[in-house]
Design a protein around this ligand. Sequence first.
Ligand code: DLL
Length: 430
Amino acid sequence: MFWDEELETISQNKLKELQLKRLRDTIGRVYFNVPFYHKKFKEINIKPDDIKSVDDISKLPFTTRQDILDNYPTGLLAVSRDEMVRVHTSSGTTGKPKAIFFTKNDIDRAADLIARCLVMTGMRKNDVLQNMMTYGLFTGALVMHYGAEKVGILIVPAGPGNTERQILLMKDFKTTALHITPSYALYLAEYIKSKGIDPTKDLYLKRAYLGAEPYSEETRRKIEDIFGIDVYNSYGLSEMNGPGVAFECEYKEGMHTWEDNFVVEVIDPDTGEVLPDGQKGELVFTTLQREGMPLIRYRTRDISRIIPERCPCGRTHRRIERIFGRSDDMFIVKGVNIFPQQIENVLMSIKGVAMNYQIVLESLDNMIVRVEIAKDLFDGNVMHLVNLQNRITEELRKEILVKPKVELLEPGTLPVSEGKAKRVIDNRTL
Ligand code: DLL
């Protein structure tokens, strides 16, 4: 079922026409109303009329995270501050955050995109969504909340944490879907197992939406198996509304972007050149319908690729592949580029490995992978532990080409994260 069938299945030609119209409109608005963009466009002698096709977007300059920080808080607004009804910030861990402002129409459009995503994955009016993302400056909970409300779904605005209470809420309100970070979902899975709860008998869950941080296909499978549900990948970033930017449909083979709302590009992160569909690189988004704070060619630092093939679900909006990692998450050990997700992939595919892990970077040549394993393994034969440790070390070496030191830990040893997990501890003094 569709939320907006006409738009979701629009022909590629019509979509291109619509994109061009909206792109030209956006460029005109930022050129005349946002001094930052006016100056940038002047510098390279580009005028709104120079954009004659969507592909001409490659003539425009990028917007970076630093540009948003430099214009903090209101420097990038395209309409008066008085028109803004909400501000969100990105999850900056240090220093100033990035502030993103929304007009009433922006809020409504963001909710509309979420409504498409939820209906696409089978949610209906009679569903109950337990929203376990953090309510507040973070977009995760509120943007999803408004979208779910638009569909008419009952929302349980639980926020994260207090796991015992979460389970009570799931039982009492007969929750059918969860919105949750992958790291908290892993913890919840462990908790449910340890309490002897059988989700297929004691709970009413059918699906969960996992996003806000990278996770592996293996993690998805693990959560699906433990809860007996469908897990859908949800990608987004505050700069582009938050959740609802790209979302999986029933086929779960890549996430549909909403191309009537965004121009999606993949670029070579080093040269800035646009890459052809299918090639892996950095995702770049341009807003097509934002009133308050339009952004042109925003560099996400997220690595993915556009899947050019048509999706059997009938939606024409192109999909992107599961995010491979953030270019800033990548670290180098012994000269090899490694993404934390490669390590997660390996760990989650090994039997006996539990849900939580941590990567500690000791020096340019040494890393430790600290991994929690099933509790009963500690009560058994020591040789089993040694074998497991060797197996994990060897599987990791095959994947990342570096041999890490592997430490096996009892469940509950590592810190639990309710929001975005901090998987990599960097102890290197460079
Ligand atoms: O995390 C928005 C969001 C909330 C998306 C809830 C999905 C669900 P930020 O805090 O600005 O916004 O962080 C955005 O998180 O650039 C990615 O690096 C990462 N990220 C988000 N979703 C995924 C995902 C929200 N499904 C940053 N897979 C993005 C991998 C993800 N990484």
